[in-house]
Design a protein around this ligand. Structure first.
Ligand code: ADP
Ligand code: GLC
Length: 476
């Protein structure tokens, strides 16, 4: 079975969030179980730098101008790169400029991505023809529409990593991107009077997946669906919308071999974890106290992540003598707000603004508790990394967080299923209560170690997910 992943990020070459981690792992796990998988990406400068040896597969002009399709290999996996410098030769974030303004030609940049995804199912590369075109997030949503428009030469799968990002564009662009007016319909890619690349992916694909079972359910409700609950609810009823949980790439994220860490450790011998904690406290200029409960958070600073809830309840951490280290980047007002928090409590709270892969590993390894108080969370990867590293996740009960973390209660502790702390409502009171719960468990070191051992023995390998996707492809 020949599968083409159509997407816009690839760890470690280009990453804005968990999508890159997924594309850096899932196709490779699929290859391991014997599938013939390739990836299609825009040739952003960082992608080209990481895949310097390529050859030309095709060269043509279309609605997006002059385009060269290149092919190369990355870690043994085939990658098509769309070489169109007028669209993609921009450093930094792939979606917006340094001031957070979306690029004005995004409609064209991501239409081309979808268009080529569909063409690779009809012989654009005469040596390899996709039988399944698997698009990820709105960036790849149009692939399914172009496939339908071409008479369905291949099956299509669309994975929702985050419904909050939709790719909405003005109707007038429709004929510029080579799609018929007839598709601009409620039963089509129209949403609130605009073209929605996300909806195109949902509507025209043969199957839709979300990155966790709970999120697949949540997005059929008004609260999570941004107006798409009708469509998503009916896909769910027809069995066309399912949840497949993400995994953890254990070559990148495992405390026994993490390439970014100086001190390795494992469940049976966690001495190295204490050294990472000391190193982390030193890095952040926090007092080197082993007994202080150290909370960490690694995140994009957006509404989604509940950063405001943390800002409101962080004084609880301070009052109980704990510490908080936060690494994040995002909208300027959030960056300013977390900086102000660190200034208010310099002895307990430290913040680094920016994107720092190496530091993110030290934080996951050195922390005692990793915070993920999200309002919604399609899957969430940092809580999975926390489990793997024995850094207990403190999460809100939503999406993938609800599917992967078991709250520490008297019962779950007794049954040895407890792995972290889970709170219900997205408000500061509930978060504060969960923080207190963590402090109270911290007072019982034996139980803490037991919960940590439970966490570290969870299995979130990508092999599982790869098999689930394979079964889905086979069904199609
Ligand atoms: P999302 O994709 O919504 O941002 P995930 O939890 O799925 O959330 O994935 C986030 C990924 O990005 C994780 O690998 C996390 O470690 C990483 N990350 C987020 N913010 C930063 C940052 N400021 N520096 C380094 N890594 C970050
Ligand atoms: C999105 C979601 C996150 C998920 C990631 C990878 O960015 O916000 O929850 O883990 O995609 O699927």
């Amino acid at each position: 079975m020949k599968v083409l992943h159509v997407c816009s990020e690839l760890y470690p070459l280009l990453k804005t969030g968990g999508l890159a981690d997924v594309i850096g792992a899932l196709p490779f796990a699929q290859k391991m179980i014997g599938m013939d998988v390739r990836i299609l990406l825009p040739a952003y400068p960082a992608i080209f730098r990481g895949i310097p040896e390529t050859h030309v597969v095709a060269e043509f002009d279309n609605f997006a101008g002059h385009v060269v399709l290149q092919y190369g290999e990355y870690n043994g996996l085939g990658v098509y790169l769309i070489d169109a410098p007028h669209l993609y030769a921009r450093e930094g974030n792939p979606y917006h400029d340094a001031d957070y303004n979306d690029y004005g030609d995004n409609y064209k940049r991501f239409a081309l991505l979808g268009w080529i995804g569909a063409e690779l199912a009809t012989g654009l590369d005469s040596w390899w023809r996709a039988e399944i075109v698997h698009g990820h997030d709105w960036h790849a949503g149009l692939a399914a529409a172009y496939l339908v428009n071409k008479g369905k030469p291949a099956k299509s799968v669309f994975t929702i990593h985050n419904l909050a990002y939709q790719g909405q564009f003005a109707r007038r662009h429709l004929d510029e991107i080579g799609l018929p007016e007839s598709m601009f319909d409620m039963n089509g890619l129209e949403l609130f009077g605009q073209i929605s690349y996300l909806k195109a992916g949902l509507y025209y694909s043969d199957a839709v997946t979300a990155v966790s079972p709970t999120y697949a359910q949540e997005i059929t409700t008004e609260e999570f669906a941004y107006g798409l609950q009708g469509l998503l609810g009916s896909l769910r009823e027809q069995g066309k919308l399912v949840g497949i949980l993400n995994g953890v790439d254990e070559q990148i994220w495992h405390p026994s071999c993490d390439g970014y860490l100086q001190y390795h450790y494992k469940q049976k011998n966690i001495a190295g974890k204490k050294k990472n904690k000391a190193e982390l406290q030193a890095y952040f200029n926090l007092p080197p106290k082993e007994e202080a409960l150290l909370f960490v958070m690694v995140t994009r600073l957006t509404e989604q992540k509940g950063i405001d809830l943390l800002i409101e309840s962080a004084d609880e951490i301070v009052a109980q003598g704990g510490q908080l280290a936060l690494l994040g980047s995002g909208a300027p007002h959030w960056e300013a707000a977390v900086r102000a928090l660190a200034e208010a409590y310099p002895a307990n709270i430290a913040v680094k603004i920016g994107y720092d892969e190496a530091l993110s590993h030290l934080m996951v390894a050195g922390g005692d508790v990793i915070l993920v108080p999200s309002r919604f969370e399609p899957c969430g990867l940092t809580q999975l990394y926390g489990l793997q590293y024995g850094t207990l996740p403190l999460v809100r009960k939503t999406g993938g967080l609800a599917d992967t973390v078991v709250n520490s209660t008297a019962d779950s502790i007794k049954e040895r299923t407890a792995t972290g702390f889970v709170f219900q409502q997205a408000n500061a009171t509930d978060l504060r209560q969960a923080i207190r719960q963590a402090f109270s468990l911290w007072q019982k070191p034996k139980i803490w170690s037991m919960v940590r051992a439970n966490a570290m023995s969870q299995d979130f390998s990508w092999r599982n997910a790869a098999q689930h996707y394979q079964a889905l492809y086979r069904r199609l």
